[in-house]
Design a protein around this ligand. Structure first.
Ligand SMILES: *Cc1c(COP(=O)(O)O)cnc(C)c1O
Length: 394
């Protein structure tokens, strides 16, 4: 099997898996208990918090453990929004291609009376900082722009946006789920107030993540109960997953440059190979993208059939977001960069890891070429395009 769907989830590092089972075996005391068996578990959590904070340039007291990216996004957005409401500021700026964890939370806030401005991300899938600046009003209580997009991999100008938000005194959240562990992040340099991350996107366990909230930023509880996480996230801590997350982040962040060098070379080989397919196009900026992301549209085919036939060839890929698969609607991300419905339906996302080989990349290219040709052979849309009944877009 060739796994090229790391944006959906990653395989755990063996070392992280070992940390998970070792800590479940040895540190099973309740961290809130006063005897040393409980306090040892608490120490492990605090050590994990320090390690994680160091990776993004934060203070340990600014890291809150959550169940993953979705929860972190929800907590960050609701916290900043409700703090805004208390001050009479009910306007939020975000982008059209955020993850549903952000977009659906914004929809909820809209129903509660907030006004939401979703910025265009243009053909290249990049938010323009000056457009963020223009969108900010005196009643803006939050700007939320993702660090890197999960479908098309484009990396956003986070430092510029952070600087603008700081100057305008507006809290800035970034969904960095696709970036943490893959590209270097410094929350101080980038002026980030809230940052969401998820362990299973950097070879850690599923169901674990963290929220960075800069000292002084308001945090609203989503989950009420005990005093865990300094009173901001109740419930007995998931010690094995927290320890494994810290381990996975340490391993991936220690090798960021090395992994990016290998992966981006393979990515560019894939892009060059797939570009040879007629009437195809790369989605998103060619340079400003995650080292492992390749996203294409092929005219005249259905992404779902492509995925099933690639699965037969032992290739795990995606046609966009795991959240849109299974529904007939094309991805909101592809629509946001201006792909029309027909074209957006023929999409393929390959998100590769540093362990992929040149032979595997070449096998993927050969397989995609073959399958796209095969599917076009009996596609009525393709027939109309070739006969001139319909016009090619790509
Ligand atoms: C995966 C993902 C999420 C959701 O994270 P979970 O830990 O699966 O809840 C949020 N945002 C982005 C950009 C993602 O890729």
């Amino acid at each position: 099997m060739i796994y090229a769907d790391n944006a959906a989830t990653t395989q755990m590092y063996p070392e992280a898996l070992k940390t998970m089972s070792d800590s479940a075996r040895e540190f099973w005391g309740n961290p809130s208990s006063l005897y040393s068996h409980g306090q040892n578990a608490k120490d492990l959590i605090e050590k994990s918090r320090e390690e994680i904070a160091a990776v993004i340039g934060a203070q340990p007291s600014e890291i809150y453990f959550t169940s993953g990216g979705t929860e972190s996004d929800n907590q960050a957005l609701l916290s900043a929004a409700y703090e805004g409401k208390r001050k009479g500021r009910m306007h939020i700026v975000s982008t059209a291609f955020e993850h549903h964890a952000v977009l659906h939370t914004l929809e909820k806030l809209k129903k509660e009376g907030f006004e939401i401005t979703l910025l265009d991300v243009h053909e290249n899938g990049i938010t323009v900082p000056s457009e963020v600046e223009s969108a900010i009003r005196s009643d803006t209580c939050l700007v939320s722009v993702m660090y890197a997009n999960n479908e098309i991999g484009t990396v956003q100008p986070i430092a510029e946006i952070g600087r603008i938000c700081k100057n305008r005194n507006v809290p800035f959240h970034t969904d960095a789920v696709q970036a943490v562990g893959h590209i270097n992040i410094d929350v101080v340099k980038d002026n980030i107030d809230y940052l969401s991350a998820s362990a299973h996107k950097f070879h850690g366990p599923k169901g674990a993540g963290f929220l960075y909230a800069r000292k002084g930023s308001k945090l609203e509880n989503l989950i009420n109960g005990g005093a865990q996480e300094r009173g901001k996230r109740a419930g007995t801590e998931n010690i094995p997953c927290i320890a494994a997350m810290a381990k996975a982040l340490k391993i991936s962040s220690d090798k960021i440059a090395e992994n990016a060098a290998v992966t981006s070379k393979m990515r560019d080989r894939l892009i060059a190979g797939l570009s040879e397919i007629p009437h195809s196009a790369l989605n998103g900026d060619a340079d400003r993208r995650l080292p492992g992301n390749v996203s294409f549209c092929f005219e005249g085919i259905e992404g779902e059939s492509l995925l099933l036939l690639l699965d037969d060839k032992g290739i795990c890929a995606s046609s966009g977001s795991a959240c849109t698969s299974g529904s007939l609607d094309p991805s909101h991300v592809l629509l946001a960069i201006g792909r029309v419905h027909d074209v957006a339906h023929g999409s393929l996302r390959l998100s590769i890891g540093e362990d992929i080989t040149t032979d595997e990349v070449d096998y993927i290219i050969r397989s995609v070429k073959q399958v796209v040709g095969y599917l076009r052979g009996f596609s009525p849309i393709w027939r109309d395009l070739v006969s001139g009944k319909k016009e090619f877009i790509l």
